[in-house]
Design a protein around this ligand. Structure first.
Ligand code: ADP
Ligand code: MG
Length: 258
């Protein structure tokens, strides 16, 4: 058996899109990630599970370069993201999109403008190109009729679907999803998960997902990684992890969330 945490995604010889090597992250004396290693192959869907405070969000924030590790290297699509020059970080960052628990839409912009803003300013798309792309994406997330709405006129579930469209408008190679349904009223969760299932099924985008929705995780994941104490303590297919975890800690965690 492979050492836990050395590889996510079946070893099919696929190309590695994300690689974390020896990542340590401390906040003061709190070592949140402890020499963490894992990789995600291109096109795979990997779900991170684990108790609150186990460092899942920190991993996604490191990939978004919202925070820096104390030690280790991060590589995305063959290019180093950490350590790297600012210029290189800007380039590599374009390959990564993220959707947060809180949708963080720009409140003073229309839905359409929320989606076109970054493609125009960061990627240099023309307004027409960006709008065409935005409309296709709004159609995909079931909000074709909301282009001119303001975020405050939408339900939480609709806002989150706009946030997903906004992330995809940058055509990232990787989509990071951090508990994207946790802030939603229960009746709005299914609509958002359906959109994500659709993206997982119909695109080749690599997904790294933190979720407590275990049914969803089982549906979309190629690999599930269980975190505890800053390390991956167990990884495997969703069928295996959910049905027959090796570690007591995983079993305890699953019985608490299921
Ligand atoms: P998870 O997403 O698994 O719940 P997080 O990655 O958010 O965990 O947090 C992991 C640990 O890091 C927690 O102990 C948290 O308190 C700590 N932490 C996260 N962000 C900060 C920060 N900006 N300053 C200090 N401690 C932080
Ligand atoms: Mg978190």
């Amino acid at each position: 058996m492979k050492e836990p945490g050395t590889s996510a995604g079946p070893s099919t010889g696929g190309s590695e899109l994300i690689r974390l090597d020896g990542i340590t992250k401390r906040f003061g004396t709190n070592t949140v990630l402890d020499r963490l290693n894992f990789s995600v192959d291109a096109g795979k869907h990997v779900t991170l599970i684990g108790p609150s405070g186990s460092g899942k969000t920190t991993i996604l924030r490191l990939l978004m370069t919202l925070t820096k590790p104390d030690e280790g290297t991060i590589t995305v699509d063959g290019e180093q993201l950490f350590p790297a020059s600012e210029k290189q970080v800007r380039e590599v960052r374009k390959k990564i999109g993220m959707v947060f628990q809180q949708f963080n839409l720009f409140p003073n912009m229309s839905v359409l403008r929320n989606i076109t803003e970054a493609p125009v300013t960061v990627l240099g798309l023309s307004k027409d190109e960006a709008e065409e792309r935005a409309k296709e994406l709004l159609d995909m997330v079931g909000l074709a009729d909301k282009t001119d709405a303001r975020p405050t006129q939408l339900s939480g579930g609709q806002q989150q679907r706009v946030a997903i469209a906004r992330a995809l408008a940058m055509r990232p190679k990787v989509l990071l999803l951090d508990e994207v349904t946790s802030a939603l009223d229960p009746e709005l969760v299914a609509g958002v998960l359906d959109v994500l299932r659709d993206i997982a099924r119909t695109t080749d985008i690599t997904m790294l997902c933190v979720t407590h929705e275990m049914g969803f995780a089982r549906d979309i994941s190629d690999q599930v990684l269980m975190f505890d104490g800053g390390r991956v303590i167990e990884s495997g297919s969703p069928e295996r992890i959910f049905a027959d975890p090796e570690q007591d800690r995983t079993r305890e965690f699953l019985s608490a969330v299921l």
